[in-house]
Design a protein around this ligand. Structure first.
Ligand code: PMP
Length: 372
């Protein structure tokens, strides 16, 4: 039975569960074993968790000394990453997800350039003369704009000053090749539901067994780094989603995204596409139509059965200007009229055509008011 009928173009908020993942999750929801039990059922549950861990290791090319800690999602993993022991100073970028920015309220902030890329020169300057144990947190791909951050440069700068690096790779997983060893980062966060896995499960990959203080206590699961009975079905589903990643196929979404943007610009030449000239993942388009509020656009599209977003899902539902767009220097008018379309594994050309038709109908209604 189809649970949802409509045009779903909000994969950065959550990507629908892949059918193969649903089968894995359903199978294990009915499984009786606790992975900590020593009997047969427990051993089988343990095996399924370790199989999933191996699938994550493969996805990110983790090394033999790297540790994958399963969590309740990326929010928890980001919070855990910020609990590296002996850290005296945290530096985070202005475009991070709130699960980084709110978990490190004293972090010093790296500004972003109008392109959506963080200001590397500013980071270098912030670290000059640094004598404190420092952790730098910079996401690999921004959830609102899809802009890919220059992590290799961040790592180079960090190494110069002896700092550690955490990257929130939630929006990069499944969309570009991920290699924690080649990236050279110390911590990497993932979330299952952005790659067709279940909601409520994610992980932190810790390089070289670096010491982190657990935030959830009460059991020795996950090498004493995350207490509590493991989410067997969720973790197995996460592993399955990781196994199904096909980057070459994903890159083909770029053809649809580029056509969407080309057609939108042809309809509305004053449209502003954020991060247009920066390297971006292939599925995301965030744009503003100054004069037409995000809410007007969202409601019109929602009435037509189209799911898109204004900024991050976490700030939707409240009239809050995106901190990411503000950091990129967008005006209030631009940020307040922005819309994010994010494609994914089940997006078709028909979905994009339908979106364009309905968006154009909305645009024609508001055009005279915009003086276009
Ligand atoms: N980081 C980024 C970049 C995200 O897009 C999200 C999801 N909005 C999160 C962290 C939080 O992930 P989760 O929903 O798994 O807690």
């Amino acid at each position: 039975m189809e649970l949802f009928s409509g045009t779903y173009l909000d994969h950065n908020a959550t990507s629908p569960l892949r059918p193969e993942v649903l089968s894995t999750v359903q199978e294990l929801l009915g499984f009786p074993g606790n992975a900590s039990s020593i009997h047969k059922a427990g051993r089988e549950a343990r095996k399924r968790i370790e199989d999933a861990r191996a699938q994550i290791v493969k996805l990110v090319n983790a090394g033999s000394r790297d540790v994958v800690v399963f969590t309740s999602g990326a929010t928890e993993a980001n919070n855990l990453a910020l609990r590296v022991t002996n850290i005296e100073r945290v530096i985070a970028s202005s475009i991070e997800h709130p699960s980084v920015l709110q978990a490190a309220p004293d972090a010093q902030i790296i500004p972003a350039l109008p392109s959506g890329i963080i200001d590397l020169a500013a980071l270098d300057k912030m670290l000059t003369g640094n004598t404190q144990q420092t952790l730098i947190s910079v996401m690999l791909v921004n959830n609102e704009t899809g802009v890919i951050q220059p992590l290799d440069e961040v790592v180079k700068i960090a190494r110069k000053y002896g700092a550690l690096v955490h990257t929130d790779a939630v929006q990069a997983a499944g969309r570009m090749h991920l290699d924690i060893q080649a990236l050279g980062v110390d911590f990497l966060t993932l979330s299952a539901h952005k790659l067709g896995g279940p909601q409520g499960v994610g992980c932190l990959v810790i390089a070289n067994c670096l010491a982190v203080a657990p935030q959830i206590l009460g059991g020795n699961q996950e090498k004493n780094l995350r207490a509590g009975t493991e989410n067997l079905a969720g973790i197995a589903g996460f592993g399955k989603a990781a196994e199904l990643v096909d980057i070459e196929k994903y890159h083909k979404l770029g053809v649809l995204r580029d056509r969407l943007e080309k057609d939108l610009l042809a309809l509305a030449p004053n449209l502003k596409i954020f991060g247009f000239d920066a390297p971006r993942v292939h599925n995301t388009s965030m744009f503003a139509l100054p004069g037409a509020s995000s809410e007007t656009q969202l409601i019109a599209l929602d009435l037509a059965g189209i799911c898109v977003s204004n900024g991050s899902a976490c700030s939707s539902g409240t009239v809050k200007i995106s901190h990411v767009l503000k950091a990129m220097g967008a005006t209030d008018a631009e940020a307040g009229s922005s819309l994010r379309v994010s494609l994914g594994w089940n997006t078709t050309e028909k979905d994009v055509d339908y979106f364009l038709t309905k968006w154009n109908e909305m645009y024609n209604r508001v055009k005279s008011r915009l003086g276009a």
